[in-house]
Design a protein around this ligand. Structure first.
Ligand code: NAD
Length: 258
C-alpha cells in the first residue's frame, strides 16, 4: 500500500514542516513529487535535498494563474497528477473584536481558496488521465473543535470537511478520493511562533501554553510528530478504493475523539 512508484504527487506548502515531511515520504515511496510553495527558493532547496526526481514549484495557492501554471508544468515535466496534498497554511491569532478584515480574508484565502484552486486543477488532470487519484486536504483538530483567538482558522478548517465530502461525491465515478487529515499540535515553525503569541494573549507562561492549552486534552500530553502525519498521508495516498473517501482522520493523541 505504501508503494507510490509511478505516481505523481503535488504537495503545497512543502518547503517546511508537515508538507515537507509528506513530500519526503512520498519521494522515498517512489513518487515523482512537486514541492510547491510560495517561497520558491526554499521549495527548490527542499526538492533537491529530497532527490528522487522531486521538483520545486513556485506557487502562491491563492493566485489562480500561479496554480494553473504550476499544475501545467507538473503535467509537462512529471505527468498528470495522481495525488494532491493541499497543505499550505498560516496562522494568525487574535480575539475576534481585534481581528482585521484583511487578516480574516487572508486566512480564508490561503486555507479555502487555496484548497479549491489546487483541487480543481488536480481533478481536471485526474479526470482526463482516467487513473483515479487521491486528494488530501490538511485540516486540523480545529476542523472539529474550536479554540479562542482562532476564528478564521477554525472556520476554514471546518470548511475543508465540507469540501472533501463534495469532492468525494463528484470524484467517485472517476475513482478520485478525498480525505482530510486532522493533526493535533505538531512542533513546526507555525506552532513555535504561536507559543509566545498565545502566552501574551492569555497572560500565562510559554510552558503553560504548551501544557494547559495545546496538549491539555490529549490522552498523554504529547505532541503529534511529523512522522505521524507523513505516515497517515502515505496510507491515504496508497489506499486503492472509494471505500475510504469523504472522511477525516484525527491524528492528535486523542485530543478530539469522533
Ligand atoms: P509551516 O509554517 O512549517 O509550513 C507552511 C508552509 O506553507 C511554508 O513553507 C509556507 O511558505 C507555505 N505557505 C504559506 N502560505 C502559502 C501560500 N499562499 N501558497 C503556498 N505556500 C504557502 O506550517 P505547518 O505547521 O507545517 O502547517 C502545514 C499545514 O498543517 C497547515 O495547513 C496547518 O494549518 C496544518 N496544521 C498544522 C498543525 C501544527 O500543529 N503544526 C496542526 C494542524 C494542522
Amino acid at each position: 500500500m505504501h508503494d507510490l512508484a509511478g505516481k505523481v504527487a503535488v504537495v503545497t506548502g512543502a518547503a517546511s514542516g508537515i508538507g515537507r515531511a509528506i513530500a519526503e515520504a512520498y519521494a522515498k515511496a517512489g513518487a515523482r513529487v512537486a514541492v510547491a510553495d510560495i517561497d520558491a527558493g526554499k521549495a527548490s532547496d527542499a526538492a533537491s535535498a529530497m532527490g528522487h526526481g522531486a521538483i520545486g514549484l513556485a506557487m502562491d495557492v491563492t493566485d489562480e494563474a500561479q496554480v494553473e501554471a504550476g499544475f501545467a508544468r507538473v503535467a509537462r515535466e512529471l505527468g498528470p497528477v495522481d495525488i494532491l496534498v493541499s497543505n499550505a497554511g498560516i496562522q494568525i491569532i487574535s480575539p475576534i473584536v481585534d481581528f482585521t478584515y484583511a487578516d480574516w480574508r487572508r486566512m480564508l484565502a490561503i486555507h479555502l481558496d487555496g484548497a479549491f484552486l489546487t483541487t480543481r486543477a488536480a481533478m481536471r488532470q485526474m479526470v482526463e488521465a482516467r487513473r483515479g487519484g487521491s486528494i488530501i486536504l490538511m485540516g486540523s483538530a480545529h476542523s472539529h473543535v474550536a479554540s479562542k483567538f482562532k476564528a478564521p482558522y477554525v472556520t476554514a478548517k471546518h470548511g475543508l470537511l465540507g469540501l472533501a465530502r463534495v469532492i468525494a461525491k463528484e470524484g467517485a465515478a472517476d475513482g478520485i478520493r478525498a480525505n482530510v487529515i486532522c493533526p493535533g499540535f505538531v512542533r513546526t515553525p507555525l506552532v513555535e511562533k504561536q507559543i509566545p503569541e498565545q502566552a501574551r494573549e492569555l497572560g500565562i507562561s510559554e510552558d503553560a501554553v504548551v501544557r494547559d492549552v495545546m496538549l491539555r486534552d490529549t490522552v498523554d500530553g504529547e505532541f503529534t510528530t511529523l512522522e505521524d502525519i507523513a505516515d497517515t498521508a502515505l496510507f491515504l495516498a496508497g489506499f486503492g478504493s472509494n471505500a475510504l473517501t469523504g472522511q477525516s482522520l484525527l491524528v492528535s493523541h486523542g485530543w478530539h475523539m469522533e
